[in-house]
Each structure stands twice: as structure tokens, then as C-alpha cells.
Ligand binder design. Structure first.
Ligand code: AHM
Ligand code: MG
Length: 349
């Protein structure tokens, strides 16, 4: 029989290296650094963590229960909605409406935003914007999908109902943004504007644990990520840039699930592009649900993000909830290079 090891024989460093920091603990510790914090944002982020765990459970069961497949309805943007999207949307809504921190929710799956009834005695200071399950074309073929969320402080008075202006804010006003990637493992990455941290779900204890503190997009990283199948439908500057990447022997990586493609860039560098196509002249991705939150995360990780009109995405003012925009984001040197191609080759507007 083994003798066992007494705790006294572990030196302090060995012991502290093994300390697990859970998402909840991390969020609460971050809150205590702000003396005027009310704890509302802390509770809201915790609710998002709970919703992520519930969606993760269903995503993992998707092949086992009869939940995958098309639900025969279209979402607001005209895309086919899968059953798992609906499930994810409903669970997110439930988790966010119960605690009273949120006065409104806008979801990519819904045409209009939802007003959350006020809980007596509680001020609800935030609105949340969610893409409950992004990358829906990947759901039923067991390829990674993700959830994207972002949080604005409301503009309307806390005493009344929320209104559309609470949602139509520039990305630079975001209080927090994050994503959950349901991949080989499930990881939640978020920022409150003070760097980016990643938490991997440990299924044995059912907790997100800090696994990737202070994520920074590497300076090097020679991948480009674009749906090259649309090459002939791209504008000249985009075709020239893709040719340039190919000339340089850069690796092409494209999953077709924005969260997965961006997550790779967060760790391996590179550039992500979704320009205008003939089908989507303004780009396919939505400013509020996808582009602004991911831009905040990318910038907080030291990256750059702009649209194909060379405007910083976080400075764009949305005119409507489901507005689309073009995207160029990733390693700053590569975004700068793309900018030069746009300046050189794009037709005068
Ligand atoms: P969705 O919100 O309907 O899932 O669409 C968004 C997804 C992104 O995750 C991804 O970057 C893009 O659509 C892929 O589009 P395409 O298949 O045209 O390359
Ligand atoms: Mg989406």
C-alpha cells in the first residue's frame, strides 16, 4: 500500500499552482476591485455562465436525443432555424429574465427585443444581446458551434421599461462581451474591458475553470479565414488580398462558425474576413449580435477590427437590431495590410 503524501511536503508554489479558480470566483473577485460596484453585473455574468452550461449539456446530447434537425421556421433574418437554436434561445431567455438584473434582451432568433418585467424593489440596469447558437449550419454535423453575448448599460431611466435606444448603441459602449465555444472542450471567453480571460468547463465538477488568463492574439500567425468558395463574388480588393495570402503560402482555415474561427485566431493569430458578397452586399454577419461583441474581445486581446469601409467596428452606430456589416479582424499587422489592399483596389464609392 502507498504511504501517501502529506500536505506539509508540498511547497507553497506547487500547492498554489494547483489552485482552481472557477468562473464564479473570478467574477466575484473582479467585482471587489470596484468599490462602487452594485453586484448586478456580477450576477448577470454568473447567469450567463449557467445558461452556457445548460446549452452545453444539450449540444452534447444533440446526437442522442431527437433535438437536432430543422424546426420548419425561419428566423428574422430569413435563415433556416434548427431546433437546437430554439432550445438555446429559450434557455438563455429563462436564465436572464429570472434574476431581475436585465431590463431587456435582444436575440438573433427574435425579430424584436423583449422587455423583461421589473422585479419590485430591484433596478434592472442592463440589456443583453445574444446569438444563442451561432454557426447553425454546423449543428447537425457535429462541428463546433458557439454562443455570443454582450451587455450594454441601459440609456433609458431605470424606473421604466427599456426601449430600442438601449440596444442601438455603439460597440465602444459595451460593458462586457463574451462567447462560449462548444468544441472539443467547452470554453467561455469574456471581457469586461480589462483584458480577456478563458474558462474551460470541467465536466467532472460542472464548473468553468480559469484555463486561459489574459489572452493575447499572437504577433505571429499566418492563417487567413474566409469562405473562399465565394471568391468570384468578392470585390476586387478582397480577391487580390486572398491571392496575396495564397502567394505567401499562408494556411487557409475556415470552419464556418464565427466563434470557432475567431477562437483559433485568439490563440494562433491570423485574420478573419467576411466581406460583402452578391447575396449579402452589406456582409452576412450582424453588427449587434456577432461583429460588435467579437470586436470588443479581439481588441481587448490586442487585435484589430474594422469593416470593409475601413471603419472601426466598435465605432459603428447600429440603425436597427439586425443590421449586418462586413468584417476584417485579427492580428493588427494583417488587418493593416488588408486596409492597404482596400485603399489600393476598391472602387471609389
Ligand atoms: P448564423 O448566425 O445563421 O449561424 O450565421 C452566422 C455564421 C457565422 O458563424 C459564420 O462565420 C458564417 O455564418 C458562415 O457563413 P458562410 O456559410 O456563408 O461562410
Ligand atoms: Mg449567428
Amino acid at each position: 500500500m502507498g504511504k501517501g503524501v502529506s500536505l506539509q511536503h508540498l511547497n507553497h508554489n506547487e500547492f498554489s499552482m494547483k489552485k482552481i479558480v472557477t468562473l464564479d470566483e473570478f467574477i466575484i473577485n473582479s467585482q471587489t476591485t470596484y468599490s462602487d460596484s452594485t453586484g448586478q453585473l456580477t450576477r448577470l455574468l454568473r447567469d450567463l455562465g449557467i445558461a452556457a452550461k445548460i446549452i452545453n449539456r444539450e449540444v452534447n446530447l444533440a446526437g442522442l436525443v431527437n433535438i437536432i434537425g430543422v424546426a420548419n421556421v425561419e428566423n428574422q433574418s430569413g435563415d433556416e432555424v434548427k431546433k437546437l437554436d430554439i432550445f438555446a434561445n429559450e434557455r438563455m431567455m429563462e436564465c436572464l429574465t429570472m434574476s431581475g438584473e436585465v431590463c431587456g434582451i435582444a436575440s438573433e432568433e427574435l425579430e424584436d427585443f423583449v422587455k423583461v418585467p421589473k422585479i419590485p424593489g430591484k433596478d434592472s440596469n442592463y440589456v443583453v444581446i445574444i446569438d444563442p447558437l451561432d454557426g447553425s449550419s454546423n449543428i447537425d454535423v457535429n462541428v463546433s458551434v458557439g454562443t455570443i453575448f454582450s451587455i450594454f448599460r441601459r440609456k433609458s431611466p431605470a424606473t421604466g421599461e427599456c426601449d430600442i435606444n438601449d440596444f442601438l448603441q455603439k460597440g465602444s459602449e459595451l460593458v462586457a462581451a463574451g462567447y462560449v465555444l462548444y468544441g472539443t472542450s467547452t470554453i467561455l471567453v469574456y471581457t469586461t474591458g480589462e483584458g480577456v480571460n478563458g474558462f474551460t468547463l470541467d465536466p467532472s465538477i460542472g464548473e468553468f475553470c480559469l484555463s486561459h488568463p489574459n489572452i493575447k492574439i499572437p504577433e505571429r500567425g499566418n492563417y487567413y479565414s474566409v469562405n473562399q468558395g465565394y471568391y468570384l463574388k468578392f470585390d476586387l480588393e478582397m480577391r487580390r488580398y486572398i491571392d496575396h495570402c495564397s502567394d505567401l503560402n499562408l494556411g487557409l482555415r475556415y470552419i464556418g462558425s464565427m466563434v470557432s474561427d475567431i477562437h483559433r485566431i485568439m490563440f494562433h493569430g491570423g485574420i478573419f474576413l467576411y466581406p460583402s458578397t452578391r447575396k449579402y452586399p452589406k456582409g452576412k454577419l450582424r453588427l449587434l449580435y456577432e461583429c460588435a461583441p467579437i470586436s470588443m474581445i479581439v481588441e481587448q486581446a490586442g487585435g484589430a477590427s474594422m469593416d470593409c469601409n475601413l471603419k472601426r467596428i466598435l465605432d459603428l452606430s447600429p440603425g436597427s437590431l439586425h443590421e449586418r456589416c462586413t468584417v476584417v479582424m485579427g492580428r493588427p499587422a494583417m488587418v493593416k495590410e488588408m486596409k492597404e489592399f482596400i485603399e489600393k483596389y476598391s472602387a471609389p464609392k
